[in-house]
Each structure stands twice: as structure tokens, then as C-alpha cells.
Design a protein around this ligand. Structure first.
Ligand SMILES: Cc1ncc(COP(=O)(O)O)c(C=O)c1O
Length: 371
């Protein structure tokens, strides 16, 4: 790495992302909608989009219309779907750019139809069904009437029907099975009436691992694409590879005398002569202002000491006396024999690995390999 150019950066292995997509295709034998919302779970959306499509994903799933338009503006040709809410004012853009939207009630469908009429072409939509997630979705009892009402609509074409699991990552709970049972019952009713949309989908990453009965026509993995576990109870198969490493360079190494306060509030005070390093990483980069953190220097875990600032934090370097300015420090990922995983950071921060990677700030340069 060119240390004259970068102080802290993310290295993203697009080869790992492609490999993970191919593993999912092998496991499920279905079409894959790679979920790349929130800047590709922090990995950088356009590079990730190109990689997943190259690996065989036929769909890209995002949360917002702006994210979908960004993909189209960058020339991504795969099917694109907005899984969350789309404001009505952006529906003409969806039609013009062949972007699929989620619909979950009749009023919404009417509003979208009015907007879609302003441009030529049909709005492609997927009906989201509530089966137990308690978030967005049409109650399943209302679905047959809704679909018969919009069946022959001039401007809205219901291409898909989908649901989302609340607890697919808890294999011991039977919540996903119950949701699936409800969804399948509805699909049977719809097929009997000739109302079932052509694409049926339900499986997030956890269901890709735990619930093969939920594969249907398309699976919607997010976290697995990046090589990260859906939860401590639902681990990825070993063949999956994490794609992201977070690095920084050591920008200062100094010996402090005993009794010297380190960082804001002087909550850490040197107890003897101590070697203290600085890395240019702080909560402004998405590192949490929590005590008890560790990073890797020269292949060894060292403690982060004192309060974490917005742009810097300090390291206790006594165990690595050879450390010098310019050394590469790993905050997340592997160095030598040791690894700090997104799960490790998540458990230190009292959160989940999803939040760790989505919280990585835009100002961190993303450097790609394996494209
Ligand atoms: C509707 C929908 N499908 C699929 C996913 C992908 O989930 P995961 O990252 O757990 O695979 C998400 C992410 O939250 C989602 O909201």
C-alpha cells in the first residue's frame, strides 16, 4: 500500500464477493438478487454491483429509489429492485429506468398508478406480504382481492410477490417455518385463482443457509455476499470469504513518562514509561467510542487506550517495541496469524456485524482488488 497517499483505508476483495455469490448460486440453484443497499453494506455500491453481476447475480436489491437510480446511471443493466419504500414522486423515474418497486397497499398502488401514467411504459412492482415480520407488507388475507383488482391494470404490472423473515437466523425458533407456512398457503390460493405473480421470493442470507424450502424463484442474500455471518447462531459455511479489511498507518510513536494523561479527559494515565502510538482513525470513520478495543500491529493484538477522538485514537505499544511510524495497523481483518472479525467488533460494540460495516464512513477510501 502506498503510505504516502492513504492514512486509513478499506481494502475490498471483489474476488471474495464474486466467490460468495457463486457459492450461493451453487447452494440454491436459483436466481440471486444481491442486496447491495447502504453503499453495498459499506463496501462501495458500484464496484460491488459490477462484481455480483459478473458472478451471476441477475438482480440487485436496494432500499431506496436514489440507490436504484445510481445503479442505472452507472450503467448497471441487471434487474434492479427497491425493496423498501419508494416516494410516489419518483415513480416516473422507476418506469423510465426499468426499476422494480415494492407495493404493500392498495392506496399506494393507486398513487403509483397516477404517477406512472405520466410517462410511457409500465411500472414493474412486487407485492410485499406480511407473514410475521411486522414491518411493511400487505396482510395475506387482503392479497387475493388486491391482485384481482390490479391484475389487468394498464400501468402497474405485478411481476413478483415476496415476504421477509423476522427470525430466519435463529434455527432453533420455528418462526421462519410459520411465516413460510403462511406464505405458501397464500401462494396456493393465488395459483388456484390464476393470480400468482411470476417471481416468488423470500430468502435472506440466513434463510439461504437454514431454510431451503424458502428458495422459490429468487433468493435475496445481503450479508453472506460480503462473507459475513447472518448471526452468531447462523454461521456461513467455511467456503465463504470475508471481503473487507480496514487498515490505517501508525502516524506517531512516542514514549510518555509515568503519570501522563492520554487523550480527552485523561481517562488513561501512563503507569510507567509507556510507548504510545497514534492512528488516524476515530468515531468520524465509524470506529466506536468504546473502551476496551484492540487492533493488530506487527501481527499482535494491542490495546487502544484513552478516549477515541473523532479522527485519532491511541495505542499501547509496549508489547511491540519494534513498531515504527508507517507501520500498517489492522482494525478489522487479518494481519499475520491473527484476525479481528466484524463479529469481534460487533460484540465489543454491543451490536451486530451489519451495523459495523454499514457504519464505515464515506471518507475512508475503498481500495479494490480482484476485479
Ligand atoms: C427485504 C430484504 N431482503 C433481503 C435482505 C438481505 O438480508 P441479509 O443481509 O440478512 O441477507 C434485506 C436486508 O435487510 C431485506 O430488507
Amino acid at each position: 500500500m502506498d503510505i504516502t497517499t492513504y492514512s486509513s483505508w478499506l481494502e475490498i476483495d471483489l474476488g471474495a464477493i464474486k466467490h460468495n455469490v457463486k457459492e450461493i448460486i451453487k447452494m440454491t440453484n436459483t436466481e440471486v438478487m444481491a442486496v447491495i443497499k447502504a453503499n453495498g453494506y459499506g463496501h462501495g455500491v458500484l464496484e460491488v454491483a459490477r462484481a455480483v453481476v459478473d458472478a451471476g447475480a441477475t438482480w440487485c436489491g436496494v432500499a431506496r429509489m436514489e440507490e436504484a437510480l445510481n445503479l442505472r446511471n452507472a450503467g448497471i443493466k441487471a434487474q434492479v429492485m427497491v425493496l423498501g419504500y419508494s416516494p410516489a414522486g419518483l415513480i416516473p423515474d422507476a418506469v423510465r429506468n426499468d426499476i422494480h418497486v415494492a407495493i404493500y397497499d392498495l392506496d399506494m398502488a393507486k398513487l403509483y398508478a397516477e404517477q406512472a401514467k405520466k410517462v410511457s411504459g409500465k411500472l414493474k412492482a412486487h407485492l410485499k406480504v406480511e407473514t410475521g415480520m411486522g414491518r411493511l407488507g400487505m396482510p395475506s388475507e387482503q392479497v387475493p382481492d388486491f391482485l384481482s383488482e390490479v391484475h389487468n391494470d394498464d400501468v402497474i404490472q405485478i411481476d413478483g410477490i415476496f415476504t421477509h423473515f423476522a427470525r430466519a437466523d435463529e434455527p432453533q425458533a420455528d418462526s421462519a417455518k410459520q411465516q413460510l407456512g403462511k406464505f405458501k398457503l397464500l401462494l396456493t390460493q393465488l395459483r388456484d385463482k390464476g393470480l400468482c405473480p411470476k417471481m416468488v421470493h423470500a430468502a435472506n442470507s440466513a434463510a439461504v443457509i437454514n431454510t431451503p424450502e424458502a428458495y422459490f424463484d429468487l433468493v435475496r442474500p445481503g450479508i453472506a455476499i460480503y462473507g459475513l455471518d447472518p448471526s452468531p447462531d447462523t454461521r456461513l459455511p467455511e467456503s465463504f470469504k470475508p471481503a473487507l479489511t480496514w487498515k490505517a498507518q501508525l502516524i506517531s510513536v512516542r514514549d510518555f513518562p509515568p503519570g501522563h494523561g492520554i487523550s480527552y479527559g485523561s481517562v488513561y494515565v501512563t503507569s510507567k514509561q509507556e510507548r504510545i502510538g497514534v492512528i488516524p482513525v476515530g468515531y468520524g470513520d465509524g470506529y466506536r467510542r468504546e473502551p476496551g478495543q484492540q487492533v493488530l500491529v506487527r501481527g499482535q493484538l494491542v490495546d487502544v487506550v484513552g478516549r477515541i477522538c473523532m479522527d485519532q485514537c491511541m495505542l499501547q505499544l509496549d508489547s511491540v517495541p519494534d513498531a515504527v511510524v508507517g507501520d500498517e495497523v489492522v482494525l478489522l481483518g487479518q494481519q499475520g496469524e491473527r484476525t479481528i472479525t466484524a463479529n469481534d467488533l460487533a460484540s465489543r460494540w454491543g451490536t451486530i456485524n451489519y451495523e459495523v460495516i454499514c457504519g464505515l464512513a464515506d471518507r475512508l477510501p475503498r481500495l479494490y482488488k480482484g476485479s
